[in-house]
Design a protein around this ligand. Structure first.
Ligand SMILES: Cc1cc2nc3c(=O)[nH]c(=O)nc-3n(C[C@H](O)[C@H](O)[C@H](O)COP(=O)(O)OP(=O)(O)OC[C@H]3O[C@@H](n4cnc5c(N)ncnc54)[C@H](O)[C@@H]3O)c2cc1C
Length: 344
């Protein structure tokens, strides 16, 4: 991983802000801090910002501070200036995300389509995509260029940033098969370039440092007849329409497929197809998809997920691992304990 720019020392704004506050510890970001950071950036910076509308599940509490950088330089400036103690969380299109009801401490960053949504071809015919671009747009660009290997992106409703982090895949193809290089900004505001190997890909996982925010990806495909690409994209769409609840408030597959198993078959065998807690339900159409039937809160969804993990373990002897990411904190007194199988 090569470093492109040097780290500029943190401004110490957080400590300055802290020293003016009556208590240290889990404290809210202050108006002081907001006032100090706002003049440094060109993007939009908002306190107490509702996140639910930015997620497919439409649940969860607000971000303490929400930042939409104008471009990579703006993002780097912000991260350099932000004191190291302030937690940072990045979200994409929220299609694989439960935001907990208590909201998210620190800063939540969402890359704007204007600054990070470009998709183009480079001189070598590779696809260069800003990470706010939807996967579908990359699939469309590949079709336009006659590049095969991207039809699976036509069916995944996330952004390229989320696809890079999750190693998103479908129909026998995965993000890691197409990625050449990724540009990322770390927590100190330093820009890095990561090779495919640096991304440390595994099934629905990248081991690239959690503090990296991906800003651009370079992809390679193989020449393919446009009619064949179009047919593959149509097949992807057709399958989704008939097999998945894609018009519901959902997060896609709730659990990863354990080695040698299909998660949905385990959920089904445990008798949990259609099972509900509050407004959260394991879909009757595809029982590894969890849905918000209307009035679910994050605690309903996470409680249902943990109930499913427990029942599948008790009845099928297999421990399911969440694919959906959960971020933020529980409301006080409304915590959900993660199921831990008994020792031995
Ligand atoms: C109807 C439906 C169908 C789905 N089908 C599939 C499928 O077939 N295959 C599949 O793999 N997934 C599927 N998903 C899940 C989801 O679309 C993917 O995981 C997607 O890649 C998530 O992208 P996102 O932009 O929505 O990320 P988010 O859900 O917003 O975030 C997911 C993770 O990515 C991280 N992240 C987001 N942007 C960045 C960034 N710029 N830099 C660093 N980290 C980042 C977040 O921190 C978080 O950890 C489906 C979801 C739905 C709702």
């Amino acid at each position: 991983m090569a470093s492109e720019t040097g780290r500029v020392s943190a401004l110490g704004l957080w400590n300055k802000a802290r020293s003016r506050l009556p208590s240290i510890g889990k404290m809210p970001l202050t108006a002081d801090l907001l006032a100090s950071l706002a003049p440094l950036v060109r993007g939009s910076l908002q306190p107490n910002f509702a996140l639910a509308p930015f997620t497919w599940f439409r649940v969860g509490g607000p971000a303490e501070l929400f930042f939409q950088p104008a471009d990579t330089a703006d993002l780097a400036t912000f991260l350099k200036a932000l004191p190291g103690e302030v937690p940072v969380t990045v979200i994409g299109l929220g299609s694989n995300l439960i935001v907990r009801d208590g909201g998210v401490d620190g800063v939540v960053i969402r890359l704007s389509a204007r600054g990070f949504g470009q998709v183009s071809l480079d001189a070598e015919g590779r696809i260069k995509a800003g990470t706010a671009a939807p996967d579908k747009r990359v699939a469309a660009a590949a079709l336009e260029a006659g590049l095969g290997g991207f039809a699976f992106y036509h069916g995944i409703p996330g952004s390229i940033g989320g696809a890079l982090r999750m190693n998103a895949g479908a129909n026998g193809a995965e993000t890691c098969q197409r990625v050449v290089e990724v540009t990322a900004v770390d927590r100190a505001g330093t820009v890095h370039r990561l090779s495919n190997a640096d991304m440390g890909y595994a099934y629905r996982h990248s081991s690239a440092s959690k503090d990296l925010i991906f800003v651009e990806a370079l992809y390679a495909g193989e020449p393919q007849a446009k009619a064949e690409i179009q047919a593959a994209m149509d097949a992807v769409q057709q399958h989704r329409e008939t097999a998945q609840p894609i018009r519901e408030k959902t997060g896609g597959s709730t659990f990863k497929n354990p080695p040698g198993h299909s998660a949905w078959k385990l959920v089904d065998a445990a008798g949990l197809r259609g099972h509900m807690i509050g407004g959260a339900q394991m879909s009757t159409m595809h029982c590894n998809f969890m849905i918000n039937t209307g009035e679910a809160s994050a605690i309903d969804l996470e409680s249902l997920g943990e109930h499913v993990r427990r029942r599948v373990f008790e009845t099928q002897g297999v421990l399911l691992d969440w694919e959906i990411k959960r971020i933020g904190r529980f409301e006080p007194g409304r915590e959900v304990a993660a199921f831990v199988p008994p020792a031995g």
